[in-house]
Design a protein around this ligand. Structure first.
Ligand SMILES: [Zn+2]
Length: 211
């Protein structure tokens, strides 16, 4: 295969197999608590969100962008790629990509842990990145620590202009309050499951050491 042709195919190659990418191909990328529920599903009309996520699936041939795999019940799910600015505390949407359920579960590490599926997710992170258990655990611990630091702030803002310019959609009326309601409900559920996080240390210990 010619060099040019191989270059042209690169955007379609899952990250795991791309020569220009290095591990980690996959790591937890948790949403700070203040931003839970504040996503395109809440902020856009259902048909607009459906269009954006189905476009992500189509661009990826309904295969995972990270590992190239497909889930057994449904092939892929939509993952919003957020950038976090820890100084201005703005969460900015950079794109929406297709991920298989296994890779998606690693990204949403906290949700996966609360479902008791962290062992499977850790094993998958090891497999995809070619890591030892200790390396994967360290990455997960760091993600958890970062989530705690970010979740200590309540003034995070969310910028979805990528979706608005890319797809010419506008936020739905009342989306902000839907997002707010979902946030409160998620936070309440987390508190019921783990208790209030007055002590960050004990919260992390609970999650990691008292399974
Ligand atoms: Zn995958």
């Amino acid at each position: 295969m010619s060099f040019e042709r191989r270059e042209a195919l690169l955007p379609f190659v899952p990250y795991r197999y791309r020569p220009d990418r290095k591990p980690p191909y996959l790591r937890p990328w948790m949403v700070p608590q203040a931003l839970w529920g504040r996503n395109l599903r809440a902020l856009l009309a259902k048909e607009d969100w459906d269009h954006i996520r189905k476009d992500a699936y189509a661009r990826a041939g309904s295969r995972c962008r990270v590992c190239g795999g497909r889930g057994p019940k449904w092939p892929v799910e939509a993952d919003e790629g957020w950038h976090y600015d820890d100084t201005t505390r703005v969460q900015t949407l950079k794109g929406v990509i297709a991920l298989c359920p296994d890779c998606h579960a690693v990204r949403h590490w906290g949700k996966t842990m609360s479902a008791g599926k962290q062992d499977e997710a850790l094993a998958w992170m090891m497999d995809v990145n070619g890591w030892t258990r200790a390396e994967a655990q360290k990455c997960a611990d760091n993600a958890m620590r970062q989530w705690h630091e970010r979740s200590a702030h309540n003034d995070w803002r969310c910028d979805i202009s990528w979706a608005l310019t890319q797809y010419g959609v506008t936020p739905v009326k009342g989306g902000e309050s839907v997002a707010q309601e979902r946030n409160q409900s998620f936070v309440q559920k987390a508190h019921e499951q783990y208790g209030h996080q007055n002590s960050t240390v004990s919260y992390v210990q609970h999650l990691f050491f008292e399974r």
